[in-house]
Design a protein around this ligand. Structure first.
Ligand SMILES: [Zn+2]
Length: 166
């Protein structure tokens, strides 16, 4: 960049240059000096750029700008990864909720089938199953009309499983 600039400044104006054409229209001839009697300078003023405090300041400003850009990039990356984490979590929660819902649906279907199977049983069989359940689980005899403390007490005090024994 700096090289291009010093190259450009060192060059004399060519015929293709707009400013040069304008000067020609005003009566200037190439190689002549400027001014009423053509005694002025014939080349453009050269410009010497000194690297100094201004240059350092510009560098500092660029460094700060770069740092700020890096910070913004890092912030955006962090926000993006947080956003992804939130999305992932909500997706997992949705998946878990759907899984739980399907599980409940499946249990409801199984329970309904069990109920239908129960409804299809002959009454005598239903009664036997209920009596067995009451005796085994609750130590209860329908015909004694009593619930015993445990299986031993039921066996000792109840005359038998069927109605005739009572
Ligand atoms: Zn009994």
């Amino acid at each position: 960049m700096a090289e291009l600039r010093s190259e450009g400044l060192a060059r004399t104006l060519g015929a293709e240059n707009k400013g040069f054409k304008l000067l020609q229209q005003m009566g200037y001839r190439a190689g002549e000096g400027l001014g009423k009697d053509s005694s002025g300078r014939s080349d453009p003023l050269s410009l010497v750029l000194k690297p100094g405090r201004t240059g350092l300041g510009v560098d500092e400003a660029h460094k700060r700008k770069d740092l700020a850009t890096e910070q913004q990039k890092a912030d955006r990356a962090l926000k993006r990864s947080r956003g992804e984490a939130v999305l992932k979590q909500s997706f997992q929660q949705q998946q878990a909720a759907q899984f739980a819902a399907r599980r409940v649906d499946s249990h409801v279907r199984q329970a309904r089938e069990a109920c239908e199977a129960w409804e299809d049983l002959p009454a005598a069989e239903k009664l036997n199953k209920l009596l067995s359940h009451l005796r085994l689980r609750h130590h209860h005899c329908l015909f004694c009309g009593a619930q015993y403390k445990d299986a031993e007490e039921l066996a000792a005090l109840c005359p038998g499983e069927d109605e005739d024994a009572h």
